[in-house]
Ligand binder design. Structure first.
Ligand code: COA
Ligand code: AMP
Length: 631
């Protein structure tokens, strides 16, 4: 078995042969004759002359090869106290029927379908049903409010929306349907019909002529077969935060996605058919797309849909209970979940109550894995704790420790080494490569490997300007970091206005747009300050209109409410203060970095170009008055 260096070198020497060999793991309808099509670079297409169906590969082929009775999905819902298991055979039938219900109402290849659902198996059924008929799904995270959903409806222009009647958060039931109705009201585009899954916890009111009951629609539907799609046809769109309030619709193609995910299951996670894989995330995020739904099913594993929290449902032992009960081989989650567990169970007492012998490794991603958390997990679990780095845009790991090839030495604070397909460069502002140990912008040489974004939905120019314009010949990741002499990468910060709150990617620009719409707010800035549990927390600084006369605290409270209403609870926007003025350079640029340093209690250099240094004292005083948790 070759080691990591040999595998990476094999790819570097002949990427075409490497990916064609990896593509052998897919059941193609028409085999591709080559891997990369760069005829329209920088819009790269992988396996473009191949045809395939992702649902066939994730579901039907396992039934055909004798895995029909194996559990495909375990729904473990400590929040409702229920557990369900669905075999591949049953999954095939559920998916084929839902696909039939969509097809019967005119949904065809290329049409978009929005999925707005909580963590129930039907969310995966919905995604797979779309894939089956070549429709492009667009899953919207349940923690987003109506306005965010409306923005996505207008951009994706779906023919249909599949929704759950409610989501369940600890101690409260969230009615999804009123949010869906409000979003459709707000949006210019209207879907032809909605299919609503009525959950027993809260039934939704249906709109005659537009809304259909999921169970009834499925019961009346015929099962339909998989439709052939081009390997470079879109499988899904997933919106993610950029620098403005308009989210970026990351497009994922069918063929390259399958090839990359199957490769990653085997060589990165070291998981094979019949094994149980658990990504404790949400279907609304890329981790949920790749590693709750597609990768484990493509590999013929059992995947877990977990409806609960790492703590409080009912306690900090729930992850370990799930691992013991279902024989989980790999757990993948965000560091913030482990920080929450560590806070409630610092001595790891719960860990010792469960038999974790089936577990081979813990994988972390979504935000920086701080060494404290990694070391705590390693000490208490006595398993490899693997940090790996990726983004919605890439769909799978840029850098990782490939356990299926060899376990490389773990360096806490680093997500290890580049995966085949990725050539990482650390660049200075002018695009010159920097030597090892020097902090710079992290860029990836083009072309990006299979499975990564080929473009942005409806926004090819934005794709070029956001990712490719700054460093010609490279994809700009938006992360800053460095490489060490062993080729290990460290991710230190974002270079843009994106912040990471509890592993959730948020745009400070989007929050600023909401604050700026408050009638008493003249100007504002949102920054991400350190938070011991969530990594970062957004803090809003608002300057009020002259002579507004209303109490500052009241306006700050309204701003908090406004962000929750417009963006949703997921923004976790709880800190807002009114300030006299914002610190700016003489050319008018807001000094966000300086304010972050002040809030985090770090030393900072007084910017030479600041227009009025005295403002910083007021900002420091106001932030201190918030009494926020701090770093
Ligand atoms: N639907 C509706 N609301 C949701 C939601 C959903 N799917 N998910 C979260 N929310 C709400 C929460 O209830 C919370 O509301 P509140 O302000 O009324 O308390 C708010 O959004 C913020 O959520 P979150 O930042 O997740 O905080 P939390 O206190 O509920 O939980 C953790 C903190 C650390 C336990 C939690 O963030 C966690 O488990 N994170 C794991 C990270 C993860 O899955 N990342 C995905 C990428 S890998
Ligand atoms: P998302 O697109 O929501 O997955 O967020 C991607 C961003 O999360 C990356 O660009 C990083 O800023 C951050 N991120 C993800 N994984 C890691 C990691 N392992 N270490 C540090 N940051 C990470």
């Amino acid at each position: 078995m070759p080691n990591y260096k040999e595998v990476y070198e094999t790819w570097r020497q002949d990427p075409e042969a490497f990916w064609m060999a990896a593509a052998e793991e897919v059941d193609w309808i028409r085999k591709p004759t080559r891997a990369l099509d760069d005829s329209e670079a920088p819009f790269y297409r992988w396996f473009a002359d191949g045809s395939c169906n992702t649902c066939w590969n994730a579901v039907d082929r396992h039934v055909a090869s004798g895995r029909g009775e194996q559990t495909a999905i375990i729904h473990d819902s400590p929040i409702t106290g229920c557990q369900t298991k669905i075999t591949y055979k049953a999954l095939k039938s559920q998916v084929a029927r839902l696909a039939g219900a969509l097809a019967a109402r005119g949904v065809v290849k290329g049409d978009r379908v929005i999925v707005y659902m909580p963590m129930v198996p039907e969310a995966l059924v919905a995604m797979l049903a779309c894939a089956r008929i070549g429709a492009v799904h667009c899953v919207v995270f349940g923690g987003f409010a109506a306005h965010e959903l409306a923005v996505r409806i207008d951009d994706a222009t779906p023919k249909s929306i599949l929704a759950g009647s409610c989501g369940l958060e600890p101690g409260r039931t969230l009615a999804y349907k009123p949010l869906l109705d409000a979003a459709i009201d707000q949006a210019k585009h209207k879907p032809d019909f909605c299919i609503v899954l009525q959950r027993p916890q809260l039934a939704a009111e249906m709109i005659e002529g537009r809304d259909l009951d999921w169970q009834e629609a499925v019961a009346a539907a015929e099962e339909v077969d998989c439709v052939p799609v081009g390997a470079a046809d879109p499988l899904y769109i997933l919106y993610t935060s950029g620098t403005t309030g308009q989210p970026k619709g990351v497009v994922r193609h069918n063929g390259g996605h399958m090839v990359a995910l199957i490769w990653s299951m085997k060589y990165l996670y070291d998981v094979g058919p019949g094994e149980v894989y658990w990504a404790a995330s949400d279907v609304g995020w890329v981790v949920g797309h790749s590693y709750i739904c597609y990768a484990p099913l493509l590999m013929g594993c059992t995947t877990v849909v977990f409806e609960g929290k790492p703590v409080g449902t009912p306690d900090a032992g729930v992850f370990w209970r799930v691992i013991e009960e279902h024989g989980i081989k790999v757990l993948f989650t965000a560091p913030t979940a482990l920080r929450a567990i560590k806070r409630d169970d610092p001595e790891g007492a719960f860990i010792r109550q469960y038999d974790l012998s089936a577990m081979q490794a813990l994988f972390l991603a979504g935000e920086r894995a701080d060494p404290d958390t990694v070391l705590w997990c390693q000490a208490h679990l006595d398993k490899p704790v693997i940090d790996h780095w990726w983004q919605t845009e890439t769909g799978w790991s840029i850098a990782a420790n490939p356990l299926g090839i060899e376990t490389l030495p773990i360096k806490p604070g680093s997500p290890a080494v580049p995966m085949p397909g990725y050539r990482i460069a650390i660049l200075d502002e002018s695009g010159r490569p920097l030597p090892p140990g020097t902090l710079g912008a992290i860029a990836i040489e083009l072309p990006l490997p299979p499975g990564t974004l080929p473009t942005l939905w409806n926004a090819a120019e934005r794709f070029k300007s956001s990712y490719l314009a700054h460093f010609p010949g490279y994809y700009e990741t938006g992360d800053a970091g460095m490489l060490d002499r062993d080729g290990y990468v460290s991710i230190m910060a974002r270079t843009d206005d994106v912040i990471n709150v509890a592993g959730h990617r948020l745009s400070t620009g989007a929050i600023e747009e909401v604050l700026a719409a408050h009638p008493d707010v003249a100007e504002c800035a949102v920054i991400g300050i350190s938070d011991s549990l969530k990594g970062q927390a957004p803090l809003g600084l608002v300057c009020l209109n002259k002579g507004c006369g209303r109490p500052e605290e009241e306006i700050a409270r309204e701003c908090v409410g406004l962000v929750r209403k417009e963006i949703g609870p997921v923004a976790a926007f709880k800190l807002c203060v009114a300030v006299e003025r914002l610190p700016k350079t003489r050319s008018g640029k807001i000094l966000r970095g300086t304010m972050v340093s002040i809030a985090d209690g770090k030393s900072y250099k007084m910017p030479a170009t600041i227009d009025d240094p005295a403002i910083l004292d007021e900002i420091a005083e106001k932030i201190a008055g918030l009494g926020q948790p701090g770093p």
